[in-house]
Design a protein around this ligand. Structure first.
Ligand code: NAD
Length: 482
């Protein structure tokens, strides 16, 4: 599969003529290629989106007309669910069940955005009070939500459709035009999204996709015609994006990394707690922003929890992500696998014990796999407890009281998610309320629900995605009086 850039409704090669291979991280096979865009391509795409925004071909439609176009996109994508699942498996290495769930969830967010397109977000106020006898100067005021303009969306390699479609859907629903830059590791699903948008009759220039690396991202983010940057990725790159946007005072929404805490109280059902712990270690091979990677466990049940988690992880099934039985897929690249392995090695040198002692692995001699690892014997101030590893590595740390659990959980640069497991729901909610993170669940209450906002405190980001809060990020507030 050879793909070009999608700009102004046309497929075309990168300005420099280069393309980059896309590699299946489980088999190491080249499965396609995508244009390796340049800063000039980024500038062209913003120009196309800018024209499309200002001539009203999209922003000038009625909300119902935009909703109808997005409904066509939903139908087109729904007809290709299997293609998207296959692409997700092949380019990101997410096992079949996880890939299917991500695609379904992406579509559910599109459905939500279709509803939001026609919802009433404005507020009408009557004339303000005036002195007796004074003539009315203003008869009414309208507080409107208007589109932000050209939206640039820069997205990461994990769950590509799920982390891109909700941005595109909400931005288009609110009347913006969009330029997407996917991860160079996983461009194919996003190019397939562009193909679906084209087929659905989304007008030229309204959705553009420029594939490529950091230089393309930087050129898009730094373009003064951009009204809003929505970025999902690491906090390191997020900080650069914020600095690039700052030159033009462009607003940013940043969905960044995490080191989220799973708090296991002494009265917790350890079967449930260890299941949550194991799922959060193996899902996407640990390459998920909101995964619970710091397990804070009451001293009284520490050894039992570690034993239960060890048993669960022994049952993980590494293998070909296309095989429905696989629960542990590969990491995205050889370089990333080596980075994870070296972070684990360094922790062992600092005295960490490995209750589960995995390392780099292959399946049938191929792939960038890493086995699960459970580290104990380190404090919350150790680098593996502070920084995101983005691999199947859990750090388990003991605590003695709820106060200590809360202090440890909140002693993190991040604040994306958290969870509390306890037989005492009231006590668990009391702990949950004290956690400084954007999404907290109690006893596995983490059902996917597109109405709920998602985002982080601290280094986990700025702003929210999903739900009404997420949709309104794609607007500016305008006050109109007459
Ligand atoms: P990354 O930060 O390396 O890259 C993300 C995107 O930014 C890619 O498209 C990349 O090409 C682009 N980019 C790189 N340098 C850039 C620059 N200087 N200017 C503009 N764009 C640039 O992230 P990744 O490795 O693809 O993804 C993993 C990270 O994403 C993890 O930290 C993870 O926690 C985070 N993430 C966050 C969420 C969330 O919703 N909070 C969801 C998924 C992943």
């Amino acid at each position: 599969m050879e793909r070009g850039l999608y700009v102004d409704g046309q497929w075309r090669a990168a300005a420099g003529g280069a393309s980059a291979d896309v590699v299946n991280p489980a088999t190491e096979a080249v499965i396609g290629s995508a244009a390796d865009g340049t800063a000039a391509d980024a500038t062209d795409a913003v120009a196309a989106a800018h024209r499309a925004f200002h001539d009203g071909r999209w922003s000038g439609l009625t909300p119902a007309e935009r909703a109808a176009a997005l409904r066509r996109l939903h139908r087109t994508l729904s007809d290709r669910v299997e293609d998207h699942v296959a692409l997700s498996i092949a380019e990101s290495g997410a096992p079949r069940g996880q890939s299917a769930a991500f695609v379904a969830s992406g579509l559910a967010h599109l459905e939500y955005a279709i509803g939001a397109a026609t919802a009433d977000h404005d507020r009408m106020l009557p004339s303000p009070p005036r002195a007796a006898g004074a003539p009315p100067r203003v008869s009414a005021s309208l507080v409107r939500r208007v589109p932000a303009g050209v939206v640039v969306a820069v997205t990461p390699f994990n769950a590509p459709l799920l982390l891109t479609l909700p941005k595109v859907a909400a931005a288009l629903a609110m009347g913006n035009t969009v330029v997407v830059k996917p991860s160079p590791y996983t461009p194919l699903e996003i190019l397939a999204l562009a193909e679906a948008a084209d087929e659905a009759g989304i007008p030229p220039g309204v959705l553009n996709v420029v594939t490529g690396g950091a230089d393309v991202g930087a050129a898009l983010v730094g373009d003064p015609r951009v009204g809003l940057v929505t970025f999902t990725g690491s906090d390191t790159v997020g900080a650069k994006v914020m600095a690039q946007a700052a030159g033009n005072i462009t607003r940013v929404v940043l969905e960044l990394g995490g080191k989220s805490a799973l708090v296991v109280r002494a009265d917790a059902d350890l079967a449930l707690a260890s299941r949550i712990g194991a799922v959060n270690t193996t899902t996407l091979a640990g390459q998920g922003c909101a995964l619970l990677t710091r397990h804070l466990v009451h001293r009284d049940v520490f050894a039992d929890y570690v034993a239960a988690l060890t048993d669960r992880l022994a049952a993980a099934v590494p293998g070909d992500p296309a095989d429905a039985r696989t629960t542990l897929g590969p990491l995205i690249s050889a370089a990333h696998r080596d980075r994870v392995a070296s972070l684990v090695r360094d922790a062992r040198r600092r005295g960490a014990k490995a209750a589960v002692d995995g390392g780099p692995a292959t399946v049938d001699g191929k792939g960038f796999f890493h086995e699960p690892v459970v580290l104990t014997g380190l404090g919350n101030d150790d680098p593996v407890a502070r920084h995101e590893i983005f691999g199947p590595v859990a750090v388990v740390i003991p605590f003695g009281s709820d106060d200590e659990a809360v202090t440890l959980a909140n002693d993190s640069p991040y604040g994306l998610a958290g969870a509390v497991v306890s037989a005492d729901r009231v006590a668990a909610v009391a702990v949950a309320e004290r956690l400084r993170a954007g999404r907290i669940s109690v006893n596995d209450g983490a059902a996917a629900d597109v109405r709920l906002p998602f985002g982080g405190f601290g280094r986990s980001g700025i702003g929210r995605e999903f739900g009404p809060e997420g949709v309104l990020e794609y607007t500016e507030v305008q006050t109109l009086q007459w």
